[in-house]
Design a protein around this ligand. Structure first.
Ligand SMILES: CC1=C(/C=C/C(C)=C/C=C/C(C)=C/C=C/C=C(C)/C=C/C=C(C)/C=C/C2=C(C)C[C@@H](O)CC2(C)C)C(C)(C)CCC1
Ligand SMILES: [Fe+2]
Length: 584
């Protein structure tokens, strides 16, 4: 990394103990908990309601920034309720504005965040069980009203088959990709689903056992082979899975499903048919890419992927052009914009997503480490890839900022105390800073909780699993970009006053929840020709482990979070991962 005037600037996690300035977003949660508001939404729907909260948080902070509409009264009411809820913290935040006092304020300590350990959580095992596909569209039963202007498909991806014959997968992420489609047309909704016809799915089906290893499951050698052949198979390199179960992504206007390996599949978003398999390494020198690319308005796509070579690994930023040069195009023209060396080349960090603002790509190198030696020898040791991943909080979390137009890595290092992050909320630039909102956990061992044996527990066992998972909070990080050797040390460099304006959402109370219901990642669909940023609807597929409780597509008014309608589908549906909406 170019580093002639390298400055190590502690990134400022709003509300965390390391940044006095940040009485930020996480405090919002602690206040919500401590002021006696129900912590239920997080506890009851611990898989995804959190994301709904995070989405809300984002909407509110954006509203606060633009502050154009009828927000003043909301802010005022919120401020009053916050003031009453926590007078001391409020005074502290006011003192932030007094020059000289700002840096001497007490840190909002983590200990202030108190949680009740929930007891008797509802068993969610039915959401992680094999289901049948529904290849022909079936009509959904509409309750309420689905606006007629929403025309298109909500496409979602996630695991739907967890065993073949007698053999069972170990980890939630191993389940075979089931592609879902909710088709919305003129106020009506139909649903269909199909299993991705990946090589993993086809060979496992053909042999009626697990032949292809997945993230958390090492396939056993073929029992029909000789003892010698079975022994020798242990010396083979693990093969990357093509079970693209994590998300739908778009490159050059075509739809693909993706996990995080070297393979993706092109799919037909209308019929859910599996089309061609695409290998990233045929186009750019990478061994995989995330399932969370970022898109420019013109269709240019940015992604990140690791490359592994003789001398260890690199993190690479990839740019895919917006248009095809002919109709059979896939990733032609893709290029590596820049490569970043890991802190330890044999132990690169795991990342599930990355940030993008107008001019920058922000890569977060977190202390969830891939032990390459262990992964390469995993077959020999009888282990899965998952077992080669570890949480190593002796490392800080480090932010790398790259100019996405030039590929130049900015000559600074921003770091924070160790935290783990899977998903980004937002990234933008303001006053010479990059502002990042992330879903953060103080501990990076969550992947273990997602083992199927844990998720399928019930009663006290499930409560224990839930207690073992570090809570996820939205946190705001401010990375001042114009830092050089003249920049004074020990001063808060965050010029943005609005990182304090974090407490508004609670009183706003835009939460959708229902007992025993598990909403999926919310997807915003703007009304055609929308003028306000939140004119439109929020779509979320809601599933339930309760018998005979139908899954449904929920349609909320994005501005008010009022339920407009729901489209119930009488099929069993597992809990999925991600998806997108595609307009007709
Ligand atoms: C094996 C091999 C090599 C090396 C291979 C290596 C290093 C492979 C590494 C593979 C890895 C790290 C795979 C990771 C897969 C991770 C996946 C699929 C993650 C999925 C995450 C999901 C679905 C997240 C879900 C969610 C989370 C976290 C929070 C919730 O709130 C919301 C929800 C459910 C969506 C070499 C060196 C190229 C040589 C050749 C052979
Ligand atoms: Fe994700």
């Amino acid at each position: 990394m170019p580093c002639s005037c390298q400055a190590r600037v502690p990134a400022c996690p709003a509300g965390s103990a390391s940044c006095p300035a940040g009485a930020g977003i996480p405090g919002f949660y602690s206040e919500m908990m401590m002021s006696g508001s129900s912590p239920q939404p997080i506890h009851r729907c611990w898989l995804h309601t959190i994301i709904l909260h995070q989405y809300l948080r984002l909407t509110i902070s954006d509203l606060m920034l633009s502050s154009k509409r009828n927000m003043f009264s909301k802010i005022f009411l919120s401020a009053i309720s916050l003031l009453l809820a926590n007078l001391q913290r409020f005074l502290c935040s006011l003192m932030q504005f007094v020059p000289g006092l700002r840096n001497s304020l007490p840190n909002p300590s983590k200990e202030q965040i108190t949680f009740r350990s929930p007891r008797g959580l509802q068993c969610i095992s039915p959401l992680m069980q094999t289901v049948e596909e529904t290849p022909q569209p079936i009509p959904a039963k509409i309750k309420g009203h689905i606006p007629k202007w929403i025309n298109g498909n909500l496409l979602r991806n996630g695991p739907g088959k967890f065993e073949f014959g007698e053999e069972k997968f170990n980890h939630w992420f191993d389940g075979m990709a089931l592609l879902h489609q909710f088709q919305l047309e003129n106020g009506t909704v139909t649903y269909r689903s199909k299993f991705l016809q990946s090589s993993s799915y086809l060979t496992n089906s053909q042999h009626n056992r697990i032949v292809a290893s997945e993230f958390g499951t090492l396939a056993m050698p073929d029992p029909c082979k000789s003892v010698f052949e079975r022994f020798m198979s242990r010396f083979e390199m693990p093969q990357p899975s093509d079970n693209a179960s994590v998300n739908y992504v778009v490159y050059k206007g075509d739809y693909y499903v993706s996990n995080e390996t070297i393979f993706m599949y092109k799919v037909d978003p209308e019929t859910l048919e599996t089309k061609e398999k695409v290998d990233w390494s045929k186009f750019v020198a990478v061994n995989g890419a995330t399932a969370h690319p970022h898109y420019e308005p013109d269709g240019t796509t940015y992604n990140m992927g690791n490359s592994y070579g003789k001398h260890g690994s690199s993190y690479n930023i990839i740019q895919v052009p917006p248009q095809k040069s002919n109709c059979s195009d896939t990733l032609e023209g893709a290029k590596v914009l820049c490569s970043i060396a890991p802190m330890d080349k044999m132990k690169p960090s795991y990342y599930h997503s990355f940030g993008m603002s107008e001019n920058y790509i922000i890569f977060i190198e977190q202390p969830i480490k891939l032990n390459l030696l262990q992964i390469i020898t995993s077959k020999l040791c009888g282990k899965s890839i998952f077992e080669g991943i570890s949480w190593e909080p002796q490392y800080n979390t480090c932010f790398h900022v790259v100019n996405k137009h030039t590929g130049e890595v900015l000559p600074g290092q921003w770091y924070s105390k160790p935290f783990a992050t899977f998903h980004q909320i937002n990234a933008f630039e303001d006053c010479g800073c990059v502002v990042l909102d992330l879903c953060c956990q103080d501990d990076g061992t969550t992947l273990t909780a997602y083992k199927l044996q844990n998720l399928r527990r019930s009663g006290e066992g499930l409560d224990q699993v839930y207690d073992s998972v570090s809570r996820s909070f939205p946190r705001r990080f401010v990375l001042p970009l114009n830092v050089n050797s003249d920049t004074p040390v020990g001063m808060n460099l965050n010029p943005l006053p609005y990182t304090l304006a974090r407490a508004v959402k609670d009183a706003d109370g835009k939460i959708w929840q229902e007992d025993g219901s598990f909403p999926s990642e919310p997807v915003f669909v703007p009304v055609p020709n929308a003028t306000a940023e939140d004119s439109g609807v929020i779509l979320s597929v809601v599933v339930s482990p309760t018998e005979n409780q139908s899954a449904f597509l929920l349609v909320l008014d994005a501005e008010t979070f009022r339920e407009l309608g729901r489209a119930e589908v009488a099929v069993q549906m597992p809990y999925g991962f991600h998806g997108i909406f595609t307009s007709h």
